[in-house]
Design a protein around this ligand. Structure first.
Ligand code: ASP
Length: 300
């Protein structure tokens, strides 16, 4: 899975249903020896480890691939690296890279590619785990109001999430510094002042400031950012009674969210991480089944 826009709504629904079944204890094991490699050219804690757990739970054999020690550091192209893995017998490669649409150079690859984040582009597995978390809470996405707040312009999480939530019938609102808002996002939702948005939404998704993707340095003091664009305790009190807080993490406590709210009753931040494993299992299974691999299902 490279991009959600290339996956039918029917398939997305199937993946989300299966992810929920995994959350409920369904076990799926792949038949035969099937190898997976995780190629992370950008930092990752949650995505990399949860893909690895997902692969192991599905019975895949995981190859240890250290991007910074690979031959890419000697000048080999990503396509040649992928072709090498193919020749060795790897069937699925999970890739994260800072280049937007890095996958365009891999069109000739025969193994399955799962996009674990391409620069400012997209982050499909995050959008699916977020959708799963929202459905667990509200039973559906249709008709909900979802607010995405912060560094919207540089966030692949905002990009993939907004597109998916709109497609599934939610109303999407954006907020945060206006210079970090990209007009291109208006196809998926509308911009709203943060203090209005907080009162309006069922789901409040906060984003980390993507310093590593900025062309120049922004010197915000943490307390100033929190006061203007972050979720303070005062703002949290204005949220609807059943509204929830989400954040893809890593969290910068005291910047986009008051540290004390990270574990508060409304927070689903650690639930999102848990769901990451189930959503990623469903994605891997979907891709591998499409390539003709078979799984044996049972219930725990
Ligand atoms: N972990 C997410 C990503 O890889 C969010 C973030 O880094 O802020 O995009």
């Amino acid at each position: 899975m490279i991009k959600l826009a290339r996956v039918s709504t029917e398939s997305i629904e199937k993946i989300l249903q299966e992810a929920q079944q995994f959350a409920d204890g369904k076990v799926s094991k792949i038949k035969g020896d099937v190898f997976a490699a995780n190629l992370f050219f950008e930092n990752s804690t949650r995505t990399k480890t949860s893909f690895e757990v997902a692969e192991k739970k599905l019975g895949l054999q995981v190859i240890d691939f250290e991007a910074d020690k690979s031959s890419i550091a000697k000048g080999e192209t990503m396509l040649d690296t992928i072709k090498t893995l193919e020749a060795i017998g790897v069937e699925v490669a999970v890739i994260r890279h800072s280049e937007k649409r890095y996958y365009d150079q891999l069109q000739d690859a025969k193994l399955s590619i799962v996009n674990a984040g391409d620069g400012v582009g997209s982050h499909p597995s995050q959008a699916l785990l977020d959708a799963l978390t929202i459905i667990q809470e509200f039973g559906k996405i249709e008709g909900l109001k979802i607010g995405i707040v912060g560094d919207v312009k540089h966030s692949r999480v905002a990009n993939s999430g907004a597109g998916l939530f709109r497609r599934m019938g939610a109303k999407v609102y954006f907020s945060g510094p206006e210079f970090w808002f990209d007009e291109g996002m208006l196809v998926n939702g509308t911009y709203m002042q943060f203090d209005d948005l907080v009162k309006e939404v069922d789901v409040l998704m906060l984003l980390r400031i993507q310093h590593e993707r900025h062309e120049r340095t922004f010197n915000f003091k943490s307390e100033d950012y929190l006061k203007k664009f972050g979720l303070t305790k005062e703002r949290e009190k204005k949220m609807k009674p059943n509204a929830i807080i989400m954040h893809p993490a890593p969290i910068n406590r005291g910047v986009e969210i008051d540290s004390e709210l990270v574990e508060c009753e409304r927070s689903r931040i650690f639930k999102q991480m848990q769901n990451g494993v189930f959503a990623r299992m469903a994605i891997l299974k979907f891709d591998l089944e499409n390539k003709g691999f078979e799984f044996v299902d049972s219930q725990n």
